[in-house]
Ligand binder design. Structure first.
Ligand SMILES: Cc1ncc(COP(=O)(O)O)c(C=O)c1O
Length: 377
C-alpha cells in the first residue's frame, strides 16, 4: 500500500518511533526494577499491541471495557481501576484482573468481598500534591474526588489491602519535580507503605521526552522501592505513544475573513478532542515558523471556534494538499466520535520494513449503528 493511495483523514502510527519510546521504557525498567503497565485510557489501539507487549508488563484501565480489552488483547498483568465501580462492574472484571484498585474507602468496603481471593486489592490515595499544567487535569485540585485524602484515611485499612495507587502527574518532564513528589509521599504515607506489597505511582511521567533525566528517575524509584519494601509500578500512557502518530488530512477549501483559513477534512471536536478541551494548538509537519503564508488550520465541523492551530508555511497552501498533524495518538483514537457525521479517520501502521498495514477503517454503517440499532415500532 502506498501512502498516496490512502484516503484522508487517517492516523499513521510509526512502528520505528514507537519502538524508540519502548526501548527507553525498557531501560527504565532495567535500571530501576519498576514495572510498567500501559494506561489504556490514553491509547487502546490494540492492533499494535503485539509491538508493545514485549516491552511492558501489562495494562491498567479506567472502566470495565478497558479491563476486558487489556486482558484479551495485551495480557500480562491486568490492573483494574475505576473512579466509581457499580457492583455489576466489579463482578464483570473480578475474574480477569490481577489487581483491583478502588477509588475510595466506601467503594473498598462495598466491593472487596467480590474480589478477595481472586485479585490483589488496592486503594487510590490522593497525596495532596501534584504536577499538572492545567487545573482540569490536576488530580490534587480543590475538592478532588480522585483517591482518599490523607486526613480521611483509616489506618486500619492498610491491614486489609495489598497496595496503593497514587496518580499526581500530567506531562511531567522534570525528574527533579517528580522526585519532590516522591519524597512528599514517602514522608506523608511512608509508615503505611511499609505494610504493603506494591505501590503504583500512576502516569504522567514523561520519561521519553528528549533530555529527560532517566537515570536520575531510575535511582529515585529504586531507592523508594527498597526503602518501603514494595514493588513499584508506573502507568505510562502518553510517554509510550508520544510523537509516534500523525493525523493526515487534506485541505478541502481556503476561505478568507481578515485571515486565511485552510479547511481540512477533519475536526478537533470529532478527531482530536484534547486540542479543544485543553486549548492546546496542534503542530503541523509541513509548517515553517518563519514562513510568510499564515493560515488558520480550520476544522470542517460546524463549531465556530473549531480549529487545529494558526501556523505559517513557506509556500501558499493549495486545495487538495495533505497536511500531517503531528503527535496525534495519545487521548485521540480513544476519544473519536461521530459529531457532524464526519468521515472517521482510518488507522494505519507503518511497519519498520516500510510496509503500511491497515488496522481499522470506518464507514456509514458504523456511524448509523452508533446512533441506533433498532427503531421504535
Ligand atoms: C490513574 C491514571 N493512571 C495513568 C494515567 C496515564 O497518564 P499519562 O497518559 O499522562 O501517562 C492517567 C491519566 O489520566 C491516570 O488518571
Amino acid at each position: 500500500m502506498q501512502k498516496s493511495e490512502l484516503k484522508t483523514p487517517y492516523f499513521m502510527i510509526d512502528e520505528a518511533k514507537l519502538i524508540a519510546n519502548l526501548e527507553i521504557a525498557k531501560r527504565l525498567k532495567e535500571l530501576s526494577g519498576v514495572k510498567l503497565v500501559l494506561a489504556l485510557k490514553c491509547f487502546s489501539t490494540w492492533g499494535v499491541f503485539d509491538i508493545i507487549k514485549p516491552y511492558l508488563d501489562g495494562t491498567t484501565s479506567s472502566g470495565p471495557n478497558e479491563v476486558k480489552l487489556g486482558y484479551e488483547t495485551f495480557g500480562g498483568e491486568t490492573h483494574a481501576y475505576s473512579v466509581g465501580y457499580s457492583e455489576d462492574d466489579v463482578r464483570e472484571v473480578a475474574d480477569i484482573c490481577d489487581k483491583m484498585i478502588f477509588n475510595s474507602q466506601s467503594q473498598l468496603a462495598a466491593h472487596r468481598h467480590l474480589v478477595e481471593g481472586k485479585a490483589s486489592v488496592g486503594l487510590r490515595l490522593n497525596p495532596g500534591v501534584s504536577y499538572a499544567g492545567q487545573d482540569l487535569a490536576n488530580p490534587a485540585r480543590r475538592f478532588s474526588r480522585l483517591g482518599v485524602q490523607a486526613d480521611q484515611l483509616d489506618p486500619a485499612v492498610f491491614e486489609t489491602i495489598d497496595g496503593v495507587m497514587f496518580h499526581m502527574n500530567c506531562e511531567n518532564k522534570s525528574a527533579d519535580a517528580f522526585i519532590g513528589l516522591l519524597d512528599a509521599i514517602s514522608d506523608k504515607f511512608g509508615t503505611y507503605l511499609d505494610q504493603l506489597q506494591w505501590v503504583s505511582l500512576g502516569g504522567g511521567v514523561f520519561f521519553t521526552w528528549p533530555g529527560y533525566e532517566l537515570e536520575k528517575l531510575a535511582v529515585a524509584l529504586k531507592a523508594f522501592s527498597e526503602k518501603h519494601g514494595v514493588q513499584l509500578y508506573l502507568e505510562p500512557g502518553e510517554a509510550i505513544i508520544t510523537k509516534t502518530t500523525d493525523l493526515v488530512v487534506t485541505v478541502v477549501d481556503i476561505v478568507e475573513n481578515g485571515m486565511k483559513t485552510a479547511i481540512v477534512d477533519s475536526a478537533t471536536e470529532a478527531h482530536r478532542l484534547d486540542t479543544l478541551i485543553y486549548n492546546e494548538p496542534a503542530s503541523i509537519a509541513e509548517a515553517c515558523e518563519q514562513g510568510e503564508h499564515t493560515y488558520v488550520i480550520g476544522s470542517c465541523s460546524c463549531l465556530a471556534g473549531d480549529q487545529f492551530c494558526v501556523t505559517s508555511f513557506e509556500q501558499p497552501l493549495e486545495i487538495g494538499q495533505r497536511l500531517h498533524i503531528m503527535d496525534s495518538a495519545g487521548y485521540t483514537m480513544v476519544k473519536l466520535n461521530w459529531f457532524n457525521g464526519l468521515k472517521m479517520p482510518s488507522i494505519y501502521c507503518r511497519r519498520q520494513s516500510g510496509d503500511i498495514e491497515k488496522l481499522n477503517e470506518f464507514g456509514y454503517d458504523d456511524f448509523k449503528r452508533s446512533l441506533s440499532q433498532w427503531s421504535v415500532s
